[in-house]
Design a protein. Structure first.
Length: 330
């Protein structure tokens, strides 16, 4: 039986601040045990929950809970406690809490409490290529376009993107920077929005274009199939990303560069998205917001080039890493 465990990857160089530590957070599977581990600079994995048994004070309980959701809900106090724990481990302590190093990654939050929030039409060149492909001229909207993907669509790093040949032969990719909410809020002001961000990860918004159009252009069905939401490989905490609007972002399919953009080209920036989405609706710790994709998607090519069984899709964002998945027909 596989268990879900929260994992922590320290950045190099590892930086401990008064507020906490700049880290990579992930979720892994380790046999039948539910283990929270930290990947230290030397590559060893520290069982966070086991190591936290010996500490007390604010945030310690969140570490002992052993889940990504619990850690995020623990807020600044949990992150600060985690920083102290990692510093101790990298100083040579907690040797009795080391964990296996070969466990498989899961999605950072394997089963979010809500659907994953997504943003459509947030890069001008992607809007333009889509309008050309569909022979329309919708252009830029005045407000962000929101939709969601169900938690049953989530795929771990290294997992399979599912395609259903009897249902759709128009499966497409979309690399996106995903924002993880850390602090709850409703009617969040743009000026305060970044204070609600816990961290960032990579999301591949897999889309069945024909199904999407079949339902009148309504996004949910065409983007909500099982296996259509790879996420990972980990979460970079917010203080590790100096400017989330200055990251290179791209996709390779079977080694061929398809998307190659920058988050600087977002039409609606992250504060605007958070402020708009939270109008009259509470955002909570662990909520995920995918922020849109740059140009280069398959359906806009001449001729269109959709994903097929056996394809390898690599989504890359600078400062975070690479999310790699394989396409499998079912």
């Amino acid at each position: 039986m596989w268990q879900r465990v929260a994992v922590l990857f320290a950045l190099t160089p590892h930086v401990i601040t008064r507020e906490g530590c700049r880290v990579r957070l992930a979720t892994i599977s380790v046999g039948e045990q539910d283990v929270c581990v930290a990947i230290l600079k030397n590559g060893k994995r520290l069982d966070i929950a086991k190591a936290a048994r010996g500490i007390s004070g604010s945030g310690a309980d969140a570490l002992r809970a052993g889940s990504m959701q619990g850690l995020i809900e623990g807020g600044d106090q949990a992150v600060a406690a985690l920083g102290r724990l990692v510093a101790d481990a990298e100083a040579g302590n907690h040797a009795d809490a080391l964990a296996p190093a070969n466990a498989a990654l899961l999605a950072p939050i394997p089963a979010p409490r809500k659907n994953v929030f997504c943003v459509g039409r947030n890069y001008a060149e992607h809007i333009a290529e889509g309008d050309r492909a569909q022979k329309q001229d919708v252009g830029v909207t005045r407000h962000p376009v929101f939709f969601s993907k169900p938690i049953t669509s989530i795929v771990p790093p290294g997992g399979n993107i599912l395609v259903f040949p009897d249902l759709s032969e128009c499966i497409d990719y979309e690399v996106e920077l995903a924002v993880v909410i850390g602090t709850a809020g409703r009617n969040i002001a743009k000026a305060d929005a970044m204070n609600h961000v816990f961290g960032y990860t990579i999301l591949n918004d897999i889309s069945a274009r024909d199904i999407q159009r079949r339902h009148g252009g309504q996004y949910f069905k065409g983007k909500g199939l099982d296996g259509s939401c790879p996420i990972g490989p980990w979460i970079e905490t917010a203080d590790a990303i100096a400017d989330p609007h200055a990251l290179s972002i791209g996709t390779r399919v079977n080694g061929e560069q398809r998307q190659d953009g920058t988050t600087a080209d977002m039409i609606f920036d992250i504060p605007t998205l958070i402020a708009s989405l939270s109008e009259g609706m509470t955002l909570e710790p662990g909520d995920i917001i995918a922020t849109g994709t740059p140009s280069g998607v398959g359906y806009a090519m001449e001729p269109p080039r959709f994903l097929k069984d056996g394809d390898t899709v690599e989504c890359r964002i600078s400062g975070i890493g690479t999310l790699c998945n394989t396409v499998r027909a079912v």
